[in-house]
Ligand binder design. Structure first.
Ligand code: HEC
Length: 123
């Protein structure tokens, strides 16, 4: 009796396993695919901005603020201006990037969802 039901379960598993690739795959992420421009922006961002704007390791501090589509009120013009001219603590990139490259970086930043607010800390 026991063996019979184990065999049946095994068959059911094999059937599910065979079916698995046919099931519709869930989307890899909720983010839509990036356009060419946004991908270019992501590459440039990874080359020139990551060092300061993302956390290199869990334990190390991050120098610049986290960037997202909500940075600087989500205003493209202000973002371009900060990227071009820099701030007292950030270098300007106007001699580094063509305007189209700066635009691409802004287009990429606009795809980054705003971070969840930090959990309230009780001291
Ligand atoms: C040397 C470190 C450094 C690099 C490299 C750097 N940033 Fe920054 N960035 C900063 C700091 C620090 C600030 C915060 C402004 C301040 O304190 O002056 C900032 C601010 C910003 C802001 C405004 C964010 C806000 O919420 O106020 C934007 C947008 C920005 N950076 C984009 C970029 C982009 C795009 C690049 C790459 C092309 C880049 N940064 C490279 C350090 C850096």
């Amino acid at each position: 009796m026991q063996r019979e039901s184990m065999k049946r379960n095994g068959a059911r598993l094999a059937f599910l396993a065979a079916l698995w690739p046919l099931l519709p795959a869930p989307p890899a992420s909720s983010q839509p695919a990036l356009s060419e421009t946004q991908l270019l922006g992501m590459r440039l961002f990874n080359q020139s901005c990551r060092v300061c704007h993302t956390k290199p390791q869990l334990t190390s501090p991050q120098y610049g603020p986290v960037l997202s589509k909500d940075s600087l009120g989500g205003q493209d013009g202000v973002m371009r201006e900060v990227i071009s001219n820099g701030t007292p603590r950030m270098p300007g990139f106007k001699y580094h990037f063509e305007p189209a490259q700066t635009d691409a970086i802004v287009a990429y930043i606009k795809t980054v969802p705003a971070p969840a607010p930090a959990p309230a800390t009780t001291r």
